[in-house]
Design a protein around this ligand. Sequence first.
Ligand SMILES: [Zn+2]
Length: 267
Amino acid sequence: MRVVLFLLFLLLGSLFASDDTVLVKAKKVGEYVIVDGVNKNPFSVTVSYNASYQNLKSDKKMPMLFVLNPLMKREVLRLHIEKKGFVLKANYTWTIGSKDAKHDNNYIYRLPYKLGTKRRVAQGFNGKFTHYGMSQYAVDFEMPVGTEVYAAREGRVVKTKDDSNIGGVTRSFEKYANYIIIEHNDGTLASYVHLKQYGVVVEEGDQVDRGQLIGYSGITGLTKGPHLHFIVYRAVNGTTRDSFPIKFMSARGIVTEPVTGKWYVAK
Ligand SMILES: [Zn+2]
């Protein structure tokens, strides 16, 4: 029997577009084609999967959207082989985090720099330079390269990068950003971005406390000047995410919307 199996894998829109840490792969088992999702990462991922096929049958509607828990493999789709010579064409995208995360809107974040020091917001929510779309509720705090960065909320470090020393003002520089991603207990994620080279002092898998020193700011990635880009978000599907308009504690009380150009003292 001749089996024709086309599997086209596309990885798009992911921070880690070139790696193979998330796989959705099909295999023939008896009279079925079984599609397994494999997540080799220590964090949940959200996957969008689409397939078209001939001579196969499934009750699942396409496209599919599902979450793969950390370091897990599970069957996501089973197709019955109706006739010899079946064809399956599939593609998928994935993003870090679970689409099922619900942000705790009562949480008051700590400003991510040393207590008692003040920083100017270079770009707040809905900032015109880069804070739109998926980055709508990001905040940029100006700070010289090498400024201490502290966890704004407790959680688990799920991804870090600090090997880059490249930065610039066009989109092509985006992939050179150093960062720390922390997962909170409500499943949302915080990213601390543009860190300096070798400026990460925590490791993937570490549990960090609110206010713990996690790294040093820099000027890597897409940036005009040295600053810290901070954002809290969740995955929506395999290509997009949603950010949250978070609240911060400052020396003058709770800040519900950091204003571009204003200074805030960490408390
Ligand atoms: Zn930013």
